[in-house]
Design a protein around this ligand. Sequence first.
Ligand code: S3P
Length: 421
Amino acid sequence: MPGDKSISHRSLMLGALAIGETRVTGLLEGEDVLATAEAMRQMGASIVREDDGTYRVNGVGVGGLLQPKAALDMGNSGTSTRLLMGLLASHGIIAAFTGDASLSGRPMNRVIEPLSQMGAQFTPSPGGTLPLMMDGCEPAVPMIYRLPVASAQVKSAVLLAALNTPGITKVIEPVPTRDHSERMLKGFGAEITVEEADGERHIAVSGPCDLTPCNIEVPGDPSSAAFFIVAALLVPGSDLVIENVGLNPTRAGLITILRQMGGSIEELNAREVGGEPVADLRVRHSQLAGIAVDPAIAPAMIDEFPVLFVAAAFANGTTTTTGLEELRVKESDRLTAMADALRLAGAQVEEHDDGLEIAGSGGEPLHGTSDAPVTTHLDHRIAMSMAIAGLASSGGVEVDSTDPIATSFPNFMDLLSGASA
Ligand code: S3P
């Protein structure tokens, strides 16, 4: 599997803030991560790719980011945008953030609000979106922030702002989200503590702090593995080993749910890579059964719902999902996009405000009802999910564009052709 997208972004950002050389192996070379690399270069970091794919990052030190001379083009990447808004908010620089049509429709007020409390000033487009201008504040003001929405990006934005903020900045997380920022900040020597109190996570960073360079081995991305896991479960006769899958518990919700549905997923060769649990997964074709998915698991599989909806379309019985309002503000509105796409492919889907209800085919191939291609709305995960649906459909599925896949999984098509050989 290609490197984890979340960890790849953070490796470059933290490496760019450390003084000295950080070496990163297994970095995801998707467009989103390359957008982060380019932005860090624009602010003074040196990021060099060696012939073997290792990246050498020489940072500028916390507080040492330079004023970028041009707008920071974030492409399709919400993670680059929101984390960098945090990182820059406590530096005395002015930056413009731009992005593609999908990113320019996504809400930024969720980061503008806490970062404004810390002293940064923002001029977003109407509706709180990109393009926006940010005027950072140095020294910024520390604060205690309780996350109003379960979002690792918002949490990380505040924690990254805290690095160059004098005093203790604390984020309180009522619902745990992916914890790569916390793990990696520790690895880079930041003063960070994580405590549980009354069922909530309290994460405190004491700034300003220096970061020490690291050697990072990026584990494989469970969100990319998800497409192959579901493909193997759905296609009769499959027996697939997927190597190098990150299994951080804050990311592994899809595997839990697919096992509850009756999926045969075995963990082999469990090990640790870059401070994260990793295993190879052996996945065999299984007849899945529909379930009611517990909404509490959503943050641990937030990017995997599109492909879970595909799995549900082939299950015995009905799968219901609730509590998924956040899916409407991803790279596309993933509830509407997947309901439309699956219906076009011949599945029975009801869309509700906060989730989908899908009546499965009982393992029978889907038959599309129209020749029109599925609309992917510049969303890589819609394109890949529907490619997997196509594998288990009698006439295949046509998607309008495979271009968005390059944002997170550039060799997806090659791997998929290889796996189905
Ligand atoms: C990410 C957090 C999640 C996820 C995104 C990556 C991260 O977003 O959907 O793909 O790396 O922190 P939210 O924080 O908006 O849930």
